[in-house]
Design a protein around this ligand. Structure first.
Ligand code: A4P
Ligand code: MG
Length: 186
């Protein structure tokens, strides 16, 4: 996996991460921009790049609004679980409610750690690469904006699979579930 820091704050020990953003409750555009701003202003996060924004039909319960989705890449020196703590704090600061809600139900903000360099992590709190990357257009399209077709050594489908391979293998109905939005993140 490539590591191309462009910001002088990064160190050689920083590693590149990819995080998915999703929202389908309240002012989704504002929640997602706030999450991006929170990451950009964090001292442990460097070199933030933001994908295009997409509208997507919900996976899971259908009685919920369409989602807005995007992804970010950045470098960090944080350990993976410390990064998860930060992502969950940003979710909580943005009105995310966890108790008493339906699995895969509507949320103000969801931040999923997709890739943490080329590390494979299976702990009680964290599964990386995120297990559903390759089946979801709302994850794959934003990742394609950031990564193109570079090989990812630990995607589960084959020993080496790229995001473009995953997109090419999506069923037609999944491709119909996503639309790029014209607006751009800042
Ligand atoms: N967890 C384990 N691995 C990770 C990881 N790589 N990144 C654990 C983040 N968290 C990870 O997450 C539940 C627990 O997963 C956490 O406590 C963490 O320790 P959560 O954010 O509280 O709940 P969740 O997001 O509802 O869970 P889950 O199963 O990860 O849901 P998904 O897969 O994120 O699906 N449809 C569209 N169109 N767009 C969407 O964005 N999102 C979902 C949520 C469903 N349908 C959607 C979308
Ligand atoms: Mg989540």
């Amino acid at each position: 996996m490539r590591l191309e820091p462009t910001n002088t704050k990064s160190t050689d020990s920083d590693i590149i991460c990819y995080v998915a953003l999703g929202s389908n409750m309240g002012d989704s555009r504002a929640y997602m921009q706030k999450a991006i701003d929170d990451l950009k202003s964090n001292d442990n996060i460097h070199d933030v790049n933001v994908s295009n924004f997409y509208s997507s039909k919900p996976h899971g319960p259908q009685d919920q609004p369409d989602y807005m989705n995007a992804a970010v890449s950045f470098t960090t020196g944080l350990e993976a679980e410390a990064l998860l703590d930060l992502l969950q704090k940003i979710e909580n600061d943005n009105d995310r409610v966890r108790e008493g809600v339906v699995r895969w139900g509507a949320r103000t903000l969801d931040l999923d750690l997709l890739l943490y360099s080329d590390k494979t992590i299976n702990t009680k709190r964290l599964t990386v690469p995120h297990p559903r990357i390759c089946e979801r257009a709302f994850v794959l399209f934003p990742l394609r904006d950031l990564m193109g077709g570079i090989a990812i050594s630990n995607l589960q489908i084959n020993e080496t699979t790229s995001i473009l391979d995953c997109i090419n293998a999506l069923p037609p109905e999944e491709l119909e579930n996503i639309k790029e939005l014209c607006e751009e993140a800042s």
